[in-house]
Design a protein around this ligand. Structure first.
Ligand code: ZN
Length: 417
């Protein structure tokens, strides 16, 4: 056979395989949609109304042909113009009822019983216009349950420890559909531990059930002071940003970090967190580490130990109220501390090994120069996310360091290895 013909055949075969995969995924995944504005469910003639669909009604989409969506609503099938539907947003909830909540086809008391939810499992919940009922999805099971059977879950962060990563499934079972793989050492939010399965969500929004024993606790850094970082074999660097969050500068820094897939540590002050709580949440949600940098930046060696503790505790409290956990590190303003302060801390004290002096010169080129001259494996770099010139320097800094082969990690990742 001629070579080109062989290649063509290979491409054709691959395309067919790929198409098959796509169809399979589409078949297994139940598509949930929400009704944008009031419309009628029509029969096959696209004219005769079967029932009215109120706004926010949740429907299951079978397929779309020539602008008509074939859907199912409370057990009734029919057609609506596809423009009257949009993707439905789900939130994750925990099944809490002691009696397995019954999933029904509709919201009348004796409606068809479609299945039961498992206590402690995590389900997707879609907002509806129904009082006291939620529309839920667990794998291929969809329907209505009584709202009191569900509650908001609490989460904790863990690490994927299996070297080859963890397979993510749509239900807590080895027979569940394989949705994706989360690589080793990825930090995930764990929503439940249910019969040996954990429901996890990664920063990349990959979510589903994984085997719980494939996860491990995130190692806690040892108490003590860290200034020179920790000499590492691999090329890793911890970028740190102090004195924020700032409503615009921090956001620009977050965008640049994301561009380079870089993680960093933000040492925040309580008074600025109080002004920009949403920015703190954005930092945290992007997977960066949060450190405590006091409430309003006093020189701690010039105030009483009681005042020091108040500065730290008030900042811990406001951070926890926004992200659900306290800062994992502490950095004293001006690097000023003494033995009493160090021994009263419950988290590691971290200063820095490379001082960019960005707050003093306000020159992106000088910030880059300081980092070019001072960086080494395991170093901790000091910058400030309240100066526009620092945000403007960051792209050149990350471009330079990534060309040098550095990986950008949080301070805790540097000091726990
Ligand atoms: Zn500072």
């Amino acid at each position: 056979m001629k070579k080109w013909l062989f290649s063509l055949l290979a491409v054709l075969l691959l395309s067919i395989a790929f198409l098959n995969m796509e169809t399979k995924a589409a078949q297994n995944k139940t598509a949930v949609r929400t009704v944008v504005e009031e419309t009628y469910l029509l029969s096959e003639d696209y004219v005769t109304p079967i029932t009215a669909l109120p706004p926010k009604a949740i429907v299951l989409l079978h397929n779309v042909k020539a602008g008509w969506a074939h859907i199912e609503y409370k057990g009734q099938q029919g057609y609506v113009p596809s423009t009257t539907l949009k993707s439905a947003q789900a939130k994750l909830m925990l099944v809490s009822s002691k009696n397995p909540p019954i999933v029904r086809e509709s919201t009348v008391a004796q409606a068809k019983h479609l299945g039961n939810l498992y206590v402690n499992s995590i389900v997707h919940v879609y907002a509806t216009n129904e009082e006291n009922w939620y529309f839920v999805q667990y794998g291929n099971l969809t329907g209505y349950v009584i709202a009191t059977a569900l509650k908001t879950p609490t989460t904790k962060k863990m690490l994927v420890q299996r070297p080859d990563g963890l397979v993510v499934r749509d239900v807590a079972s080895k027979s569940g559909e394989n949705l994706s793989v989360i690589p080793a050492n990825t930090k995930v939010d764990v929503y439940t531990d249910f019969q040996g399965w954990a429901y996890v969500v990664s920063a990349q929004q990959v979510e589903g059930y994984v085997l719980a024993h494939g996860l491990k606790e995130i190692p806690m850094p040892k108490l003590g002071k860290y200034s020179q970082g920790v000499a590492t074999k691999t090329k890793r660097i911890a970028l740190t940003f102090d004195d924020g969050p700032h409503p615009t500068v921090t956001k620009q820094i977050l965008a640049t970090l994301e561009k380079y897939d870089a993680k960093a540590t933000f040492f925040v002050t309580g008074h600025r967190v109080n002004k920009s709580p949403k920015v703190l949440k954005e930092i945290y949600d992007a997977g960066h580490e949060i450190g405590n940098h006091t409430w309003n930046h006093p020189k701690l060696t010039q105030i009483s130990l009681n005042q020091v503790n108040a500065q730290i505790n008030e900042t811990n409290t406001i951070v926890k109220s926004i992200i659900g956990e306290e800062p994992t590190l502490f950095r004293p303003p001006y690097g000023a501390y003494n033995k009493e302060i160090l021994s009263s801390l419950s988290v590691p004290l971290v200063t820095w090994s490379v001082d960019t002096l960005d707050w003093q010169h306000h020159m992106p080129a000088k910030t880059l120069k300081a980092i070019q001259n001072g960086s080494y494996n395991g170093s901790i770099i000091l910058m400030h996310d309240i100066h526009q010139t620092t945000a403007d320097a960051l792209d050149s800094v990350l471009s330079y360091l990534s060309k040098q082969g550095y990986e950008f990690v949080t301070v805790s990742e540097i000091i726990t290895q």
